[in-house]
Each structure stands twice: as structure tokens, then as C-alpha cells.
Design a protein around this ligand. Structure first.
Ligand SMILES: Cc1cc2nc3c(=O)[nH]c(=O)nc-3n(C[C@H](O)[C@H](O)[C@H](O)COP(=O)(O)O)c2cc1C
Length: 206
């Protein structure tokens, strides 16, 4: 953080933090490439950027003990505390996952289940309240084989986006944007239009 002392005015220019979460096992696939586009744009916008590959992390399954609801953190000791700290301090979270059975890959669902108590608290009636700030933003990226418009008609892309949004929206964060690449079976390259949309969302999130 840089602090400028201008007489009485004290102005702090805090570097914004971006957390890029790669929830795909295909390190050179389209989802990974789209995430990388967001990361490169983030860096050129001055974001302090961290990338996490969930497939390189030890994330155990939630046991449903509910201790996190009161403690605000999970009691299982694995790689989660490090990821949780990054989630809490990020100004922009970019979440990239392929569409698998109209949903997210299991590793991402495991993360979602484990951060329930971190992202929300339950009121006396059981209604959840987000623990994150509305100034924190999130961006969603996915890709699927089904071509447009069948990816929406059959609920493929919408199912995956809904699963990702459910957690981040409930946390209290604000959506910066979403990018869906459909029909990947017959697309050798990611269209420039899609990459530009990713860049624009990152730029506007500042
Ligand atoms: C287990 C599994 C389930 C999948 N389920 C769907 C699906 O429900 N709908 C769909 O259109 N594509 C589905 N796909 C295809 C992927 O979404 C598609 O290949 C996507 O482009 C993967 O991202 P990548 O190009 O980065 O590898 C599935 C692939 C796998 C491996």
C-alpha cells in the first residue's frame, strides 16, 4: 500500500487484488486460456494477481458438521485456510470452470461446500447473510461443447453459471460479469470477441 501525506490530506492508494481460480484439469484448454486472458488484463490494469489451480490443491469434502456457521471458518485442516484468506482479501475474484453435466467440476463444488461458513452466516431464522463486502466483485467464466442456443435451451451453461453465482452472490459480493463460450467442439480458437469481452469486464471492475 502506498500512503501519500499531503499536508492535512492523507490519501491511501491501495493496490487492488485479483484472485484467479482455475477449476479445470485441462491446463491448456479453452477455460484455462480464457482465465489467462483475464489474468493478463488484470496485470496490465495494475491488479496484484494470484492464480490458484484447484487441481493442485488438497481440498477435502465437507463433513456437514456446521461448525463453520458459528466459527466463520472450516475446522478441517488442509489447503483451505490459504485459499480462504485469498478469497477474503480479493477485490476481484475470477472463477473459471468448464460446464460439466450442466454444473461445475467436483473439485469446485468441494471448495464451495467448504467455504459456506466463510462466505455467509445464518440468521436466527436460517436465512443466510453474506459475510463479504459488496465492493468485492466476481467474474464467471465457463465453456461447453453444446452450441448456442442449445447450451441455454438445455440448461447447460445456465446450470453451470447458476452453480457458481449461487455461492458468490450469497456471499454478498457483486457480479462484474460473466463469459460463456459455447460450441467448443467445433471451435479451434476462442473468438476474439469473447476474449475482448473478458478484457472489458476486468477493466471495468477497477
Ligand atoms: C465430465 C464432463 C462433463 C461434461 N458435461 C458437459 C455438459 O453438460 N454440457 C456440455 O455442453 N459440455 C459438457 N462437457 C464438455 C466440456 O464442457 C467442454 O469440452 C469444454 O470445452 C471443456 O473446457 P476446455 O475446452 O477448457 O477443456 C463435459 C465434459 C466432461 C469431461
Amino acid at each position: 500500500m502506498c500512503v501519500l501525506n499531503l499536508g492535512k490530506a492523507r490519501c491511501s492508494l491501495k493496490t487492488k487484488k485479483m484472485l484467479a481460480i482455475q477449476a479445470t484439469p485441462r491446463k491448456h484448454g479453452k477455460v484455462a486460456s480464457m482465465l489467462d486472458t483475464a489474468v493478463q488484463q488484470g496485470k496490465s490494469c495494475g491488479y496484484d494477481t494470484v492464480v490458484i489451480d484447484l487441481y493442485e490443491k488438497n481440498i477435502q469434502y465437507c463433513t456437514g458438521c456446521m461448525a463453520c456457521r458459528s466459527q466463520g471458518r472450516c475446522v478441517i485442516q488442509d489447503d483451505l485456510p490459504g485459499i480462504a484468506a485469498l478469497l477474503q482479501e480479493s477485490d476481484l475474484i475470477v472463477l473459471a470452470a468448464p460446464t460439466w453435466f450442466a454444473n461445475v467440476p467436483a473439485v469446485l463444488k468441494a471448495l464451495f461446500d467448504r467455504i459456506a461458513g466463510l462466505t455467509m452466516e445464518e440468521g436466527p431464522t436460517g436465512i443466510p447473510h453474506g459475510r463479504f463486502k459488496k465492493e468485492q466483485k466476481y467474474m464467471l467464466i465457463t465453456a461447453c461443447t453444446t452450441p448456442f442456443p442449445f447450451n441455454y435451451l438445455a440448461g447447460q451453461s445456465s446450470g453451470c453459471i447458476r452453480a457458481m453465482r449461487e455461492v458468490l452472490h450469497t456471499s454478498g459480493m457483486t457480479m462484474a460479469g460473466k463469459v460463456v463460450l459455447s460450441g467448443t467442439k467445433n471451435k479451434k480458437q476462442i473468438p476474439e470477441k469473447v476474449l475482448n469481452k473478458i478484457r472489458k469486464i476486468v477493466r471495468k471492475s477497477l
